[in-house]
Ligand binder design. Structure first.
Ligand code: ZN
Length: 138
């Protein structure tokens, strides 16, 4: 059994973290499987998905750490080619990665109590975003 659905939402621009856990769990319910995997993919090259304890401290820390590692700058090749101010956004998104797979057992996502699936906006402006959830199992 394969079930696929899209999650769409708006972001407020750079550093916005969106908790996807409820929407991914809903996709798993719609798939009506018992055992398998939910694959989550952020469409677009300036956004990322991962897991974290979704709380205000870490919502601040993650983007701050990324901005220290890969700060906004005019020195990036992307900026020199396109002048769109988001070279760091592309690099941060690639470092974080666009996807993850969460196991499904007994019909539910296998996540820790303090482990949520989130989307991170790395781009410099608000965006309409799409995340594709593909649930595979039986
Ligand atoms: Zn760009």
């Amino acid at each position: 059994m394969v079930h696929q659905q899209q999650i769409t939402f708006h972001t407020n621009g750079h550093r916005h973290m969106h908790d996807l856990t409820g929407e991914v769990a809903e996709a798993v319910r719609n798939a009506k499987i018992t055992t398998g995997v939910a694959q989550v993919f952020a469409v677009g090259s300036t956004a990322a998905v991962s897991v974290i304890e979704f709380e205000p401290g870490l919502q601040r820390d993650v983007p701050e750490v990324l901005d220290k590692l890969i700060p906004p700058s005019r020195q990036y090749g992307h900026e020199q080619a396109w002048h769109d101010g988001n070279g760091h956004s592309h690099l941060q998104a690639t470092l974080m990665g666009p996807s993850l797979a969460v196991p499904v057992a007994e019909g539910n996502l296998v996540l820790g109590t303090w482990q949520q699936v989130f989307h991170l906006e790395c781009d410099v402006r608000p965006r309409q975003r799409t995340v594709v959830v593909t649930v595979i199992g039986e």
